[in-house]
Structure formats: C-alpha cells, structure tokens
Design a protein around this ligand. Structure first.
Ligand SMILES: Cc1cc2nc3c(=O)[nH]c(=O)nc-3n(C[C@H](O)[C@H](O)[C@H](O)COP(=O)(O)OP(=O)(O)OC[C@H]3O[C@@H](n4cnc5c(N)ncnc54)[C@H](O)[C@@H]3O)c2cc1C
Ligand SMILES: NC(=O)c1ccc[n+]([C@@H]2O[C@H](COP(=O)([O-])OP(=O)(O)OC[C@H]3O[C@@H](n4cnc5c(N)ncnc54)[C@H](O)[C@@H]3O)[C@@H](O)[C@H]2O)c1
Length: 473
C-alpha cells in the first residue's frame, strides 16, 4: 500500500551534496525528506575520499620507515599487514560515519527514507512504498565507476573503487587501468605498501593537469618504482584470478595479479526515470543551467550527477547555491573560477582556475606567470622534501589561476582559494607576514617574485631612492 507525503524539499541521494542540502535546509526551517538507497555518506565516505586518503596514510607510514637513513634513523623494511591497513581504513570510515548517519539527520528533523527514488511525475517521486510530492526536488545521486566494454574484461575478476577497500589479501602486482587521480593515488599507496604496480594509461597520466606540474609528480612516482605506461590504451584483457594480462592497442602486454579499473565515472541516473519528469541529460550527467536547475524548473541537480567537476567540495558548494534559490527564492548562480582541487599523491598536485596554457589562450599578452621553486623553502629543506613548483597566473595584479606540485600542495592551494574567491590582488598576499619556517611561506614568496622585478629591476625606483638618499638627514 502506497503512503503519500508532501514536503517542501525532497533530496534524492545522501552523499556529499545531498547531506549538505538536507542539513542546511532543515536547520533553516524547511520540511525536508531525504532518500538514500544504499549507504549514507555516499561515495566520499564509503568508497572515495575517506578510504583513499586513509590508505594513502598507511602507505606514507611505510615509506617513512623505509627512508629514515637520510635523517640519521636507519631504514627498515616495513612489515606491512595489508589486511590491518584495511582495518585502519574501516576504522577511519567508522569515525566519520556518525556525522552522516540516519540518526543524526533524523535528530535534526530530516525525514530519511532508505530507498532508491524514481520520478513518477514532474513533482512526485516514488521511494519504496512512499510517494512524495515536493515543492522543490534536488537530485544528488552521484556517480559510479565507469566500466568500459574492453573485450575480455567481463571474463576476469577486476576491482573498482567500490571493491578495492574491501580487498584483504595484498595484491602482489596491481595493474591499474587509468592514470587519473584515482589510478595514481591508489597506485602509489599500493607501491608504498609493497605491491608491484603498473599503471596503463591510454593518453597522458594526470592529463587534466598542467603537464609541467604533472611531470614533477610522475617523476617522483616512477622513482618509487611505479611503472607508468602512457599512450597505452587497454584494448583486450585475458586471464583469471591471480594472473591477469592486459594488451594495449599498440600490442604491449602487461601482466599482474590484480586489476583496478580507474577510467572515469558515469552519472547515477538509471533508476531516476527522468523522462517522466521532463529532465534532460547529456553524456556527462544531468543538464543544468548556471543556477543548477534542470530542464524541469522545480528540480535541481548537484554534485557528480550534474556532470561538472567531480569533487566533494564542489557538491558541498552546489548545496549552498541551491539552498539560496530553493528556500529563499533568491537568484543564485554557481561560479567555477574559484574551485580548487588536489590530487593526494606524494608529492601532491593542486590547481585552481586555468592552467598556464589555458590562461595564455584566455588572456594572451595580459598574462603574467610567476614561479617559485620549492628548493628555496627552508622548512622543506630541513625535511628533505624541497622538490616542487608553484606557478601563479596573474592578470592586472590579480591571480586568476594557480598550479602547485609538491609536498602539501593541497594545503597550499587553500590560500589561493580565498584570494580568488574574493578577487584579492597579489599585493594582499605580499602584505601577509608568514611565520618562519613554514611551508606556507611559499605562497608569500611567489607573490614576492611577482613584485620583485617591478621593485628591484626598475630604473625609476633606483633613481628615486638615489635622489631621496641625498636629501635624507
Ligand atoms: C576513489 C575516489 C577518491 C576520491 N577522492 C576525492 C578527494 O580526495 N577529494 C574530493 O573532493 N573528491 C574525491 N572524490 C570524489 C567525491 O567522492 C565525489 O565528488 C563526491 O562523493 C560526490 O558527491 P555527490 O553527493 O554528488 O555523490 P555521492 O557522494 O556519490 O552520493 C550519491 C548518493 O546517492 C545515492 N543514490 C543514487 N541513486 C539514488 C536514487 N535513485 N535514490 C536514492 N539514492 C540514490 C547513492 O547511493 C549515494 O549514496 C573521490 C572519488 C573516488 C571514487
Ligand atoms: N583527490 C581528488 O580530489 C580525487 C581523487 C580521486 C578521484 N577524484 C574524482 O573522481 C574522478 C574520476 O577519477 P578517475 O581517475 O577514475 O577518472 P579520470 O577521468 O580523471 O581519469 C581516467 C583516466 O583513464 C584513462 N583511460 C580511459 N580509458 C582507458 C583505457 N581503455 N585504457 C587506458 N586508459 C584509459 C583516461 O585517459 C584518463 O586519463 C576525478 O575526475 C575526480 O573528479 C578526485
């Protein structure tokens, strides 16, 4: 028997985006129903950011143990218990889980229904035995690993981000198809935990990033023993559990014990019955306008399913944009120029705004690019980690883009996220006093590098100083 409900706001999907909308809207007084058909917390908590960063942390500990000698502490061969590392991953998830739990959201006043939702009309969604009519609906159903139709793939056991973190037996040799962020992060974590690793990338590894910055990371990863094969499009897969073979289009053959597929994502739209609600899609996801409204003006789509940048902080940002519009009826448009992202390899890779090549196309001769090499940073020298580069793309004194490759790049980009979000100038960064010796001094030093030619190589400044010095008492 179907129960009927009415609500102000119906949120479909309880991942990074849906939870943020539900929490914000209910605390502002809206009546909110939240549907989750699988696990509260979505991909980020269960199969994405959280487990991947926890496994990277295990790998980093092993790496430190093996590289103490440079610091006067003998190297040891780390004794890795892969299953125990996975226990650590599960424990980290368990620590964060209560924040995303049904109990927490119900205690806030959200009505949570543990069912998948499917549109039955432009304003109604069926979830199990419940039919919900809502004034506004938010689709936040995320994405899933794309599994391409490579001949033979269906005949071998393979891992995705949804199964990797449950694997208890350490892969002897992990083959990773796809050299994007998922592939490279998991390749390094496994290498550091003692597996042999081969990355098979059809184009360029870390190909969305500035090639000069990506190269810094790839060189470091190769030096740890990760085999990274580029222009290696996987074309055929053969074998069985423990002995898998990948053949590329140009005939190269790679053999390993396990296979991880990390070739991108597909939007979770199959169950939604979008046609009945008049919601159009494209290849990457649900079609949305700048205010994140779909082709059904009462329905929004946010996060991964909206087909733009696929990051947890983007889903959270989208939530803020649509709350303004759905709850207060105010105009709200998303910005994309101020969205940073980072890849948590070691060294890390971070980006905000256009890369140097894209900025040159956009701004031509108006663009200044300033660089600062990490080997000038005393703190990183003390830690024997002083390899990296920051590049800032500046137009008329304002940074429009920043690329960072090096230790803590993901932390360093935070300052530039503030600067670009608030359209601050390079002078604001140069005016900051940064504590010595910190890695963060890099940000101030690159701003200094922008001004130093203007100050130190300027004949007018030299003339003014010489003149003033003659007259100063
Ligand atoms: C391995 C990996 C590592 C990552 N690392 C990072 C990182 O370090 N930093 C970062 O910013 N991002 C990272 N990401 C990306 C990040 O996980 C996603 O961008 C983020 O989870 C998207 O949030 P979302 O709300 O759009 O979707 P999700 O978090 O995927 O949530 C969608 C939810 O909707 C539910 N659902 C689907 N269909 C329905 C339906 N019909 N009815 C009801 N419920 C439904 C799903 O079960 C799911 O729980 C990573 C991703 C992966 C795979
Ligand atoms: N640190 C982070 O924030 C983080 C970490 C992991 C994932 N993510 C998110 O998840 C998304 C998906 O990550 P991803 O790494 O799966 O996808 P991706 O699209 O970024 O990279 C996939 C790679 O696979 C390659 N590829 C595709 N088909 C291939 C084939 N047949 N043979 C060989 N290579 C092939 C592509 O050329 C590409 O380089 C990211 O774009 C990002 O938004 C973020």
């Amino acid at each position: 028997m179907t129960t009927h409900m009415k609500t102000d706001l119906l949120v479909i999907g309880a991942g990074s985006g849906g939870l943020s909308v539900a929490a914000g809207a209910v605390q502002m007084g809206a009546d909110v129903v939240l549907l989750e058909g699988h696990k509260m917390g979505g991909d980020c908590l269960n199969y994405g950011c959280v487990p991947s960063k926890a496994l990277i942390a295990s790998g980093n500990v092993a790496h430190l143990q093996a590289h103490g000698a440079d610091f006067g502490v003998s190297n040891v061969v780390p004794r890795v218990d892969y299953a125990a590392a996975k226990d650590h991953v599960a424990d980290v998830i368990a620590q964060i889980e209560p924040n995303d739990s049904i109990e927490r959201f119900e205690s806030m006043g959200v009505h949570v229904i543990s069912e998948f939702g499917s549109f039955v009309s432009p304003t109604e969604v069926q979830a199990g035995d419940t039919r919900i009519t809502a004034r506004r609906i938010v689709i936040a159903t995320g994405s899933s690993p794309m599994v391409p139709p490579i001949p033979g793939l269906e005949t071998v056991p393979y891992l995705t981000n949804e199964t990797l973190f449950d694997l208890r037996a350490q892969p002897e040799h992990l083959l990773v198809i796809g050299g994007g962020p998922i592939g490279m992060e998991m390749a390094q974590a496994h290498r550091r935990l003692g597996s042999q690793v081969t990355v098979i990338e059809g184009d360029k590894a870390l190909g969305r990033d500035d090639p000069e910055m990506a190269e810094i990371v790839l060189t470091a990863l190769r030096s740890e023993g990760i085999q990274i094969e580029e222009d290696a499009l996987a074309a055929e897969i053969r074998g069985h559990a423990g002995a898998i073979e990948v053949e590329t289009k140009d005939g190269r053959i790679f053999r390993g014990s396990h296979l991880l597929m990390a070739v991108g994502r597909k939007p979770n739209i199959d169950r939604l019955n979008l046609e009945v609600a008049g919601i159009q899609t494209h290849r990457a996801g649900i079609q949305v306008d700048e205010s994140l409204k779909t082709t059904n003006r009462k329905v929004y789509a946010i996060g991964d399913v909206a087909g733009g940048a696929q990051f947890t902080h983007v889903a959270g940002y989208h939530a803020g944009v649509i709350i303004r519009s759905a709850l207060f009826g105010l105009p709200a448009k998303q910005r994309v120029d101020h969205i940073p992202y980072a890849t948590y390899t070691n060294p890390e890779l971070a980006q905000i705004g256009p890369t140097e090549a894209d900025a040159r196309k956009l701004y031509g001769a108006k663009l200044d690019v300033v660089r600062f090499d990490f080997h000038h940073n005393d703190r990183l020298l003390a830690q024997r980690q002083a390899k990296g580069l920051i590049k800032v793309m500046v137009v008329k004194g304002r940074p429009v883009g920043v690329s960072i490759a090096g230790p803590q790049a993901g932390e360093l980009i935070n300052l530039w996220a503030l600067v670009i979000a608030n359209k601050l100038k390079m002078s604001a960064v140069a005016a900051m006093v940064s504590p010595y010796p910190t890695v963060g001094e890099i940000n101030k030093r690159v701003a200094g590098a922008y001004f130093s030619p203007k100050l130190f190589e300027n004949p007018m400044v030299k003339r003014v100083v010489a003149f003033t010095q003659r007259w100063l008492p």
